[in-house]
Design a binder for this molecule. Sequence first.
Ligand code: SF4
Ligand code: SF4
Length: 273
Amino acid sequence: MVKSWKETILKEYPRLSPGSKFRFSCRKELSCFTQCCGDVNIFLSPYDVLRMKRALKLSSGKFLEKYTLPPFLADQKLPMVLLKMKDDARKSCPFVTPEGCSIYEDRPWSCRMYPLGMASSKTAQRADGEEFCFIVEEEFSCLGLKEGQEWTVEEWWKDQGIDIYNQKNEPYKELTLHKLLVEGKGLGPAKSQMLYLTLYDLDRFRKLIFESSFLSRFEIEDEVIKKIKKDDEALLDFGFDWLRFSLFAENTFKIKGEVAEEKKKELGLDSIE
Ligand code: SF4
Ligand code: SF4
């Protein structure tokens, strides 16, 4: 049987620890400069999209429409969002310029990590699975790997601002490993749509909260309401809580008393939490 790329990495790639050393230096003077910014699959996490749309001063809807591929792939359990490459001979990234990345400060996680990748054997059943970094093997010849400064993995992460991305991506990782999702048949179209809207199309999610009956149906502290009205990062955190409630029936939201009473009557129950 053919091994998946994930199996190959887990079985064959050397593991790097935080203190492991590697050499790498990406410079404009190298003949490969920007070669790597094309014909590549770049998966975007919700936090990647938040940072990029904010940097470009676009609404989430406009960003998704202009810069990402349609998200719903039939064999995926979750909507996958990929950066859309240009329709030119090199299939260039829309943000690459002769000077380098035009959104460097807000480039996605995988661009920051390069030349490192991350593999994980964690699953819903094995929360203690292994997680490690490895050196990415690319088809293009990355001259930066053949020379340059010596880094430890830890130093690289710090230099590239990866910690904040890992911190913000953690709830997404937890969601993707949720038992009900991993063991089930996937979310189905309606719930996939809801997840996509909640985590990726933040401006539309905000509209839904403030322009529907949402706030009259759930008990939400005034302080939280004030924050999510303006702050995308707070809204994303709120979105994860909302999905845990709406997809997995976790106790992260409380239905307002009168709405709960109505539901109780409707369902013929004595109490409803
Ligand atoms: S191929 Fe490697 S060295 Fe060349 S631009 Fe890309 S990351 Fe930098
Ligand atoms: S986002 Fe920036 S670093 Fe990443 S592929 Fe595009 S141009 Fe290169």
